[in-house]
Design a protein around this ligand. Structure first.
Ligand SMILES: O=C(O)C1=C[C@@H](OP(=O)(O)O)[C@@H](O)[C@H](O)C1
Ligand SMILES: C=C(OP(=O)(O)O)C(=O)O
Length: 440
């Protein structure tokens, strides 16, 4: 397949460009990454639906997390900062309708909150960034419709399949059995499951699509529900049964974001030397758990100390890989950047659904690696990347935080890489450029 960059990105001005730093010497750094986006936004939703006030500690504060906080407040939930901005006290209350929710570009907000909105006492209007208006929403909205919820789009008689849309909250939902095709996003399943204990009859949810991406994220949803005392039966592949009942209010600590740790750890492979990330959980449902194994396949050594410090060591040589990233599509931009710097070709498979992420990530990665002189081609479900000598140039990011971190990784070795709008990393990692510089 040929690649064209996704449309919609205006030409950057010089002020939008960040000169990615090149390293002259091996790294020797420890990088503390903030809380997981996926855990923070799940735990916020569960705290909002819980049977009493609860607390999150080590929560992420980023655009996506703050959009979730803002949306929950709009719905009548109390969310107060504690002694640190990463401590959040959540006080559930009756969910109020006749409100507007800004989803920004956050998949977790646009997919997790429509089922919650069905519990509100009036219409909840959802919209987001221009790029959010092309992200797939149809399956979750069709599932809500099948459960008896009225979902509408402004000025159209049809059931919407993208933002903007309105969910007519009626103060509650019967629940029952419903099918969903989650082949475009696991978040359709997670969103329905997170609210399901509050449906009168709970929920029996069956995935009916050909493929199911991001299974660790669904397992994360199930684990966070169970930790909050909700009964979930996931003993049959592609079927989840949530028993109705209270969601327990809790005081929880959020793990660091292992997917955001990935580009920092990968830097040890590109520059040589070592990078350590403290707080690495001994066991986790985050797909970032696959990072050490992937980096080892690409030539790194890794170790996890008993006190949870993950260390990646490299010698500046990157090996090509053939990997299925279906379980961890979030890691694909990092692996693609490594592949462009490798000593042999790579194939990334199982990630067709990345076309519906912040941008069409397959097109964006192929276009930007090619622009720097590399060879990267889209396949039906991924990318084939053949290393070539790279040169500097503008690395467009398409409002995608993980495109920006990929550009930084390439720039570590290739002089003159100018990353467009590096601040787009604030979606999940505010201060990325400073953390990156401090690592060098
Ligand atoms: O549930 C979650 O927190 C997420 C699920 C995944 O979505 P997809 O299944 O759409 O890839 C992942 O890519 C996204 O960054 C976060
Ligand atoms: C796909 C991602 O985000 P979202 O939660 O917006 O889907 C991502 O962070 O890589």
């Amino acid at each position: 397949m040929t690649s064209t960059a996704p449309a919609g990105a205006p030409q950057p001005t010089a002020a939008d460009l960040w000169a990615a730093p090149v390293t002259a010497r091996p790294l020797d750094a420890t990088v503390e990454v903030p809380g997981s986006k996926s855990l923070t936004n799940r735990l916020l939703v569960l705290a909002a639906l819980a049977d009493g006030p609860g607390t999150l500690r080590g929560a992420l504060r980023s655009r996506d997390a703050d959009l979730m906080i803002g949306a929950l407040r709009t719905l009548g939930v109390g969310v107060e900062e504690g002694e640190a901005p990463s401590t959040l006290h959540v006080t559930p209350g009756p969910l109020t309708g006749d409100v507007d929710i800004d989803c920004g570009l956050a998949g977790t907000v646009m997919r997790f909150l429509p089922p919650v909105a069905a519990l509100a006492d009036g219409p909840v209007r959802f919209d987001g960034d221009p790029q959010a208006r092309v992200r797939p929403m149809g399956p979750v909205l069709r599932a809500l419709h099948a459960l008896g919820v009225v979902v509408s789009a402004p000025g159209s008689p049809d059931l919407p399949s993208t933002l903007p849309f309105t969910v007519a909250g009626r103060g509650g939902l019967r629940g029952g059995a419903v099918d969903v095709d989650a082949s475009a996003s696991s978040q359709f399943v997670s969103g329905l499951l997170l609210a399901a204990a509050r449906f009168e009859q709970g929920l029996t949810l069956r995935h009916v699509g050909t493929t199911l991406p991001s299974l660790p994220h669904i397992q994360m949803t199930v684990a966070t529900l169970r930790d909050a005392g909700v009964r979930v039966d996931d003993s049959r592949d592609g079927i989840w049964v949530v028993t109705p009942g209270p969601i327990s209010a809790r005081d929880v600590r959020v793990e660091p974001d292992l997917s955001n740790a990935a580009p920092f750890l990968a830097a040890a492979l590109v520059a040589g030397g070592r990078v350590s990330v403290p707080g690495w959980p001994a066991a986790t449902t985050q797909p970032g758990a696959l990072v050490p194994g992937l980096l080892e396949q690409m030539g790194a050594s890794t170790s996890l100390s008993p006190d949870g410090v993950l260390t990646v060591t490299g010698d500046g040589t990157v090996r090509g890989v053939d990997v299925d990233l279906k379980a961890a599509g979030e890691l694909a931009p990092t692996i693609a950047a490594l592949a462009a710097l490798a000593d042999s070709p790579s194939r990334l498979r199982g990630i067709a659904h990345l076309r519906g992420h912040e941008t069409d990530r397959l097109a964006a990665l192929a276009a930007e690696i090619t622009r720097l002189g590399g060879q990267a081609e889209e396949t039906r479900d991924g990318l084939v990347i053949t290393p070539r000598p790279l040169h500097g140039g503008v690395f467009h990011t398409y409002a995608d935080h993980r495109m920006a971190t990929s550009g930084a990784l390439l720039g570590l070795r290739v002089p003159g890489v100018m990353v467009e709008d590096v601040e787009t990393t604030a979606k999940t990692l505010p201060g990325f450029a400073g953390l990156w510089q401090a690592m060098l």
